[in-house]
Write a protein that binds this ligand. Structure first.
Ligand SMILES: O=C(O)COP(=O)(O)O
Ligand SMILES: [Mg+2]
Length: 219
């Protein structure tokens, strides 16, 4: 058996517009200044709590734990319903179907909390696509700790040599490096670092190129 494990936001789906809308819905409700799309996109990658901390810091100049808790709760409320403008990246559906047809199991390892993750998977009709799904709040630790990725690997009944991890961000690259996993970088997501400066075994900007990179994967 072999598998491909995917990150979600910025890798399979472009969810930045909905995350931005959820962020500004929270801020507007609190009478706080709004954030720009570019700001909001740069906050994504370390899960919802860190997103909210970064957002709070940007609009108030600091973090206050009680306020962060409140903003986090409000953010999750909007986040679970935020799929209207989420788009699947071109070529993803065909490639995922092709991989399954050629014997790959599929796993998902995202820092998006499990509630919004399940909601967007249902919205896309992807409830049954991934054999194992780990979200940002599934374990006590989140990426870049390697534990969530390892939980997907063991959940699939596999070992590290049988999987490739695909992600878009510094967080994913670091997670793979710390786990010792083979990592493919999708360069069209939310990364802010030059690809050359990130750990990866291969990179691609078009999903049609992915199957070729997986040809030599151990079964
Ligand atoms: O929610 C986040 O911060 C990032 O989500 P991702 O891990 O699917 O990119
Ligand atoms: Mg991502």
């Amino acid at each position: 058996m072999k598998a491909v494990i995917f990150d979600l936001d910025g890798t399979l789906i472009d969810s930045a517009p909905d995350i931005h809308a959820a962020a500004n819905a929270v801020l507007q409700g609190e009478g706080l200044p709004l954030v720009t799309f570019a700001q909001s996109r740069s906050f994504v990658g370390r899960g919802a709590r860190v997103f909210v901390e970064r957002m709070e810091h940007a609009v108030t100049g600091g973090n206050d734990p009680a306020r962060t808790d409140h903003l986090h709760k409000r953010f999750l409320h909007f986040y679970e319903r935020a799929h209207e403008n989420t788009r699947i990246y071109p070529g993803v559906v065909d490639v995922l179907e092709g991989l399954r047809a050629s014997g790959f199991a599929l796993g998902l390892c995202t820092n998006k909390p499990l509630g919004p993750t399940r909601a967007v998977l249902a919205h896309l009709g992807w409830e049954k696509l991934f054999a194992v799904v780990i979200g940002g709040d599934s374990l006590p630790v989140a990426k870049p700790d390697p534990a969530p990725l390892m939980a997907v690997v063991t959940g699939l009944g596999l070992t590290l040599s049988q999987i490739t991890y695909i992600g878009d961000s510094e967080t994913d690259s670091e997670t793979a490096a710390r786990a010792g996993a083979r990592f493919g970088l999708f360069t069209e997501g939310y990364r802010q670092t030059a690809p050359e400066d990130m750990y990866h075994q291969f990179r691609f900007d078009d999903y049609r190129a992915l199957p070729d990179h997986l040809k030599d994967q151990a079964a």
